[in-house]
Design a protein around this ligand. Structure first.
Ligand SMILES: [Zn+2]
Length: 385
């Protein structure tokens, strides 16, 4: 059953920040009527997110009943489908991580094989951590591709070679809980937005740089999908005249110039004796290899063009850069900021903050779990009697 009462999520967020709290105080803080607040609270209690606890101080009349969060009766599971592994996380309504784990996943495997792996590990993790299945209210999955705005379908994932897969429906059949599918970069932006308690005045842009380049945006506290899910395909923004062809058919896309494979290709010209990896590139930087620093400078140049374009276009207040590239973030951040702050339009950089993430591995599954839980609270999907 799905009936949309937007206010439930608002009421839940107020309880989360201010508990123990009475219905009357929630009504004051949210400017919602007491009857609306009560209806939302009834749902939250029924669904296991909120509890009534004792009574507060009265101002002379009847003592108000206080509400608090239930930390151990509702859980949300989040999954990130990475390039070589699948990462799992379980959170409670307080957004605390209850447990997490990772399993290897080989690129080239089919979506059915992925779903088998997810199903098996989902039940394994719950059992290992003594979490009753009936307490799991939602499941989110972060995918390296374009997902539909209704968070049900993977439209295309070029690096996995997958197209038009109804991920949520197929996983719901296996797990028997509501499943929400979302692009990984969107979830990274969403997770950072939540971690920092940013609000609707903050516009959060996440950029993931790995085999490809993807971006995600949080606007008005919500993920921005564009008309059909393809917003923020920043990797396909042309940033230079170049003869290199991109998968998308154009030339000079950010993805062919600034992704990790592009950086490693330049590195390969200097490092015949070394295995081509970002770790080895970082070792070269660690030992002060000047040629490696020259390659890094080129990487920073391309990224700064891309990021400056995005700053001028979107005017974000926060930019988080994550993905594989973050292991060399400390060598890039200063110069990258200087270039972007130097080149971006003045009004667009007044509130701008740029940083590398340091927990990217957890951002995406965490964002998936948190988003899925919010969707259930917001969408009134009642599972329990
Ligand atoms: Zn392209």
């Amino acid at each position: 059953m799905k009936i949309k009462f937007k206010n439930t999520l608002l009421v839940f967020k107020v309880i989360k920040r201010n508990y123990p709290i009475s219905r009357t105080s929630i009504s004051h803080l949210t400017k919602l009527s007491l009857s609306t607040v009560s209806r939302c609270v009834d749902y939250l209690i029924k669904a296991g997110f909120v509890n009534e606890r004792g009574q507060g101080d009265s101002n002379g009349g009847r003592k108000p009943v206080l509400l608090e969060l239930c930390k151990n009766s509702s859980f949300s599971v989040g999954v990130e489908v990475g390039e070589t592994q699948v990462n799992f996380i379980v959170i409670n309504p307080s957004d605390e991580v209850v447990c997490s784990s990772s399993v290897r996943f080989n690129p080239g495997e089919s979506s059915e094989e992925l779903f088998d792996l997810i199903q098996e590990n989902f039940f394994f993790i719950l059992k290992e951590n003594n979490i009753d299945l009936s307490k799991v209210v939602s499941f989110g999955i972060g995918l390296p591709g374009i997902t539909s705005p209704d968070m049900k379908t993977l439209i295309i994932a070029p690096n996995l070679n997958w197209k038009q897969i109804p991920v949520s429906t197929l996983l719901e059949e296996r797990l028997n809980i509501p499943v929400f599918s979302e692009n990984g970069a969107n979830l990274m932006a969403f997770a950072q937005h939540k971690h920092l308690n940013l609000d609707k005045n903050d516009i959060t842009l996440g950029i993931i740089i790995g085999t490809g380049i993807g971006a995600g945006l949080v606007l008005n506290n919500e993920i921005f999908h564009g008309g059909t899910g393809g917003a923020l395909e920043a990797g396909h923004m042309v940033i230079s005249e170049s003869s290199s062809h991109c998968n998308c058919g154009r030339q000079g896309c950010a993805e062919v110039l600034a992704s990790v494979p592009a950086l490693l290709k330049r590195f390969s010209a200097y490092s015949e004796n070394e295995t081509l990896s970002l770790e080895n590139f970082r070792f070269a930087l660690d030992r002060g290899d000047q040629k490696a620093f020259k390659i890094l400078e080129e990487e920073i140049k391309y990224l700064s063009i891309l990021i400056t374009n995005l700053v001028n276009l979107i005017n974000p207040t926060h930019i988080f850069i994550g993905g594989e590239i973050e292991i060399i973030g400390k060598y890039m951040i200063q110069q990258l900021k200087e270039r972007v702050y130097g080149e971006a339009l003045t009004p667009n950089k007044i509130k701008l903050k740029i940083s590398f993430t340091n927990n990217e591995e957890k951002d995406i599954p965490y964002g998936a779990a948190a988003l899925a839980m919010e969707q259930v609270i917001d969408g009134h999907i009642i599972r329990r009697k």
